[in-house]
Design a protein around this ligand. Structure first.
Ligand code: NAD
Length: 253
């Protein structure tokens, strides 16, 4: 991948699933990766995997719904140099029909999946602008494009991230900041296992596999290629775009 060696990357949720897979690829490409994760053990495990492969990375314990924690960690990482790339990947979800949810549940989902990425943009963008530009890749979800039963509030957040990204891409294009979105479909990760639980979960997973034209769930390894491409020199004229990685489950004209 062109141009990633030596780049400084902040990646949220790199302690598990899709984020871990992306972190490992950035490190392989020679980037210096800061993992912001609520689960420091998961973050440290990823760091160890990167260090074993002679890569460069640091884990920070950060709850992305807490702006003060974000600011402290961004300032600590920026001491080593400006941030070139931000990947907003951390997310959280549970499957509950909308009428069964309450305001406390909405708040938790919105704090992590909407406020979290907003805080991250707000904390990192001033440095990027000052430095002449940067790349932001936001991990949304196909649920944010087409909706998903049992995931009303999560879908609202993920849809919000898509339109937010387009707007920020417009506002900051002339400052050299490019913002794009990757939408996973159902992906075999700890989050998917927590959302699709028990017999019902197994039936949901089987139904999804039948509905996906490529007849399988996504794997975390399906994401680093597109994310690193969007962060690379090869994507130098791409901004405000949304790409689904879901085996054809959703197709958009
Ligand atoms: P995962 O649970 O395996 O990993 C998520 C990581 O985010 C974990 O390490 C977790 O500790 C971290 N995290 C959660 N809340 C956090 C917080 N408040 N602050 C900091 N870190 C936090 O999940 P995944 O499946 O790899 O999901 C990655 C992204 O992909 C999420 O944004 C998710 O919404 C999205 N996504 C996943 C699927 C799927 O089926 N797995 C489908 C569509 C979109």
């Amino acid at each position: 991948m062109r141009g990633l060696s030596g780049k400084r990357v902040i990646l949220t949720g790199g302690g598990s699933g899709i984020g871990r897979s992306i972190a490992l690829r950035f490190a392989e490409e020679g980037a210096d990766v800061a993992i912001f994760d609520l689960d420091l053990d998961g973050g440290e495990e990823t760091i160890q995997m990167i260090k074993d492969a002679k890569g460069k990375a640091t884990a920070y314990k950060v709850d992305i719904s807490d702006r003060a924690q974000i600011d402290t960690a961004v300032a600590a990482f920026e001491k080593g140099g400006p941030v070139d790339i931000l990947v907003n990947n951390a997310g959280w979800d549970r499957m509950v029909t909308f009428l069964e949810t309450d305001v406390d549940f909405w708040k938790k989902v919105i704090d992590i999946n909407l406020y979290g990425p907003l805080h991250m943009h707000h904390a990192v963008l001033p440095g990027m602008v000052k430095n002449g530009g940067g790349r932001i890749i936001n991990i949304s979800s196909d649920a944010g494009r087409v909706g998903s039963s049992g995931e009303a509030v999560y879908s609202a957040c993920k849809g919000g991230i898509i339109s937010f990204s387009k707007t920020v891409a417009r506002e900051l294009a002339r400052a050299g900041v490019q913002v794009n979105v990757v939408c996973p479909g159902p992906t075999d990760t700890p989050l998917f296992a927590a959302v699709a639980v028990g017999d019902t979960g197994a039936k949901i997973a089987e139904g999804l596999k039948r509905a996906i034209p490529m007849r399988r769930l996504a794997d975390p390894s399906d994401f680093p290629g597109i994310v690193c491409f969007l962060a690379s020199d090869d994507a130098g004229f791409i901004t405000g775009q949304t790409i689904s990685v879901s085996g054809g489950l959703t197709m958009h004209g």
